[in-house]
Design a protein around this ligand. Structure first.
Ligand code: MTE
Ligand code: MO
Length: 324
């Protein structure tokens, strides 16, 4: 099934203006050429608590001036409230920095996210590296905001507006060969900037994940560069991370530098560490318990209100046919 990707010029006026406050704020600032460091530090903070990210480290985000992008109203989560930006950006899993979810955002200050390159490797006709700024320019017309459910295997859940472009568009640039059945992604690994890499030296760094080619080409699969209408903060996987909303959180690899096309199923980080607990597919499923806990319910941040888990995290209409 094809999902129409709306271009900015397709958006009716009422959808552009009828957005939440942070969105309008950025829109106005952008049109005045005021986005970026100066306007934010100069007391013109966003209306969501003044500092939506709960900390100052991302006001120097080198990609800030690109935002915001239009929202694609085809992707909404009407039955759940949007997670407060403070919670989504201060409660994170990013083991390269720390195992403590509350502290990732405090430890990312030295992480250099520009310049950045993405490498294509393996079974593709265009192997090599592309500069992220060039890639973002190429994807500008199809970059958009989508509200998705997010579900960590540990049961906490969020509802987040991500900005990004379809993974399928990135794969098209690499031009995979017919024999490429899987897409592996690898994270950046800089012990000097990521304090937990050496401290947790028993973990098989760098972080790596993978999808089948069909999953990667699914219209839901998104390469994400932003959150809440702004450039992605480092703690959420800047400058480029994967979002596959029908799978558990750990599939959503952060700070990607390498994409490898393979014939055989690639190994993945958590599956390598604990295969009995973390499968390659890892589709959200209330009826398949984790060996140490039930997956029948999940907890919405920040209050951890328990709600029933949805099969495929509510995205069955898009992905169920991949698994029949
Ligand atoms: N490189 C890398 N990517 C990662 C992780 C990680 O530790 N390292 N954690 C994963 C897990 S377990 C989750 S739940 C999500 C969390 O994303 P968030 O912090 O943006 O909510 O990132 C995933 N991507
Ligand atoms: Mo997770």
């Amino acid at each position: 099934m094809l999902v129409k990707i709306r271009k900015p010029w397709d958006l009716p006026d009422n959808q552009v203006t009828d957005e939440s406050t942070y969105w309008n704020r950025r829109k106005v600032l952008k049109s005045l050429g005021l986005t970026g460091t100066a306007s934010l530090i100069g007391g013109c903070g966003l209306s969501v608590g003044g500092d939506p990210f709960g900390s100052l480290e991302d006001f120097d985000n080198p990609y800030a001036s690109r935002f915001p992008y239009p929202r694609n109203e085809d992707f909404q989560v009407p039955e759940r409230p949007l997670t407060d930006p403070f919670d989504a950006t201060t409660y994170n899993n990013f083991y390269e920095f720390t195992r403590s979810k509350d502290s990732v955002h405090l430890l990312v200050g030295n992480f250099q996210i520009a310049p950045w390159q993405i490498e294509f490797a393996g079974l593709c006709n265009n192997p090599g590296v592309i500069n992220l700024e060039d890639l973002l320019d190429q994807m500008d017309d199809i970059t958009e905001e989508r509200i998705y459910r997010f579900r960590c295997v540990e049961r906490w859940a969020m509802t987040v507006p991500w900005t990004g472009f379809p993974l399928a568009a990135l794969i098209a640039l690499a031009d995979p060969m017919a024999g490429a059945n899987f897409v592996q992604m690898v994270s950046e690994n800089r012990p000097d900037e990521m304090p937990n890499v050496d401290a947790d030296a028993n973990l098989p760094w760098p972080y790596f994940e993978g999808l089948t080619m069909e999953e990667a080409m699914n219209p839901l699969s998104m390469m994400v560069t932003g959150i809440y209408g702004q450039a992605l903060p480092r703690q959420n996987g800047a400058p480029l991370r994967l979002i596959v909303p029908w799978k558990y959180g750990y599939k959503n690899i952060k700070s990607v530098i390498r994409i490898v096309f393979t014939e055989d199923q690639p190994p993945t980080f958590w599956n390598t560490i604990e295969p009995a607990e973390y499968s390659f597919l890892s589709n959200v499923d209330p009826d398949t318990p984790h060996p140490r806990w039930s997956q029948a319910e999940e907890w919405l941040l920040p209050g951890r209100e328990p709600i029933p888990t949805m099969k495929y995290n509510g995205y069955g209409e898009f992905v169920a046919d991949l698994y029949e």
